[in-house]
Design a protein around this ligand. Sequence first.
Ligand SMILES: [Zn+2]
Length: 427
Amino acid sequence: MSLYLKNATFIDWETLEFRKTHLRVDAGKGNAPVFLKAWPAPEQFLAADQMLDCSGKLVTKSFGCGHHHIYSTLARGMPAPAQTPTNFSEVLQYVWWRLDKALDLEMIEASALAAALFCVKNGVSFVIDHHASPHAVEETLSVINRAFEKVGLSSLLCYEISDRDGEEIREKGLAETERFLQSGGQGHVGLHASFTVGRELLKQAVNLARKYHTGIHVHTAEDPVDQEHCLKNYDQRVVERFAEAGVLDLPKSILSHCIHLSEAEKQLVRDSRVWVAQNTESNQNNNVGLADYGVLGQRVMLGTDGMHSDMLRSAQAAFFAGRAVEHTDWGGLYRRFRNIHRYIRENGFSGDGENNLVILDYDSPTEINADNFLGHFIYGWNARHIESVIANGELIVENRKPSRVDENEILTFAREMGNKLWRKLKA
Ligand SMILES: [Zn+2]
């Protein structure tokens, strides 16, 4: 089965070349679209083929999210904590750890389905997720994976293992990670952060990552408290600790945030092959500071940290906040927005082939072309323009509606699970 796009304006995501063309997109992982010189004659189409008229539309590679937390999907509008957090540690204790402990498998499924729905409607076809649910660990990665696949989203998953809830839950995190990776699941060994991960666990996690040829996905120096804890307990800084443990030797590793790094730590990141995920709006929300990511080298990608599933919004937030701290420029920011594809490609993960495309109905008041594309990307494009999304050659969003799933059914289920979660939080 093939999907034919007629009269598209195709934008190459790497070269930014514009071309007016017809396209044939074949289903399957990793198939590149075929540019057609002429529109095929009627007899050349198979009965199952689909056709979309893309006259006046822009077609380019769909987007990816480098750091997400589907577990926070049902947090929107939830009851306020009994005590108002005044610092980052209290935000974790009073808000996120209270929430993630209340999650059960049914709520996780609803969270994953709703997050996947928002992702694809925003043009995002690949997500790197970092999940926590200490009282529902077993099977959790498979539940998320199935929910994502149902909607048509590709992913890299992990469970954020830590010592914060004791030995039994830590062991469950390790076991769930190994079970998922052993079963062929695509993912990382997830760790929460240095300040919740003891010596033994860090060692076990790196060994597990080596065993399954993957990397560590961990929050890194998001707040000064991570560094203070590390200096006090290990007499070294967070990135130094991770480097010594071997995390930085694994090119699939992702260090999320990296806000409070010393010059020596920045050098360690630059000299390694690990990737960094930047999550500007979350950092603003938690008031943990903003960083100059330009000094960390070329391997920086963007995430949402679970705040939302809209990568155009994340890119614009990173651009505007970055103006003050690192003099961000359009091209540099666009590169960062697209770096997730390079991360996936370089590390041999699947699900982000060139037949992952987004079709935009961009109602611009001015002309858009290869020369001024970046100005439109920063100031003009937003999720409202996403009309259709193609993942692995299959149309998963058509005219703003998900094709594989019933949107209302997912939202009804999510609201039901949200109410269940909130009742638990109030009890
Ligand atoms: Zn995070």
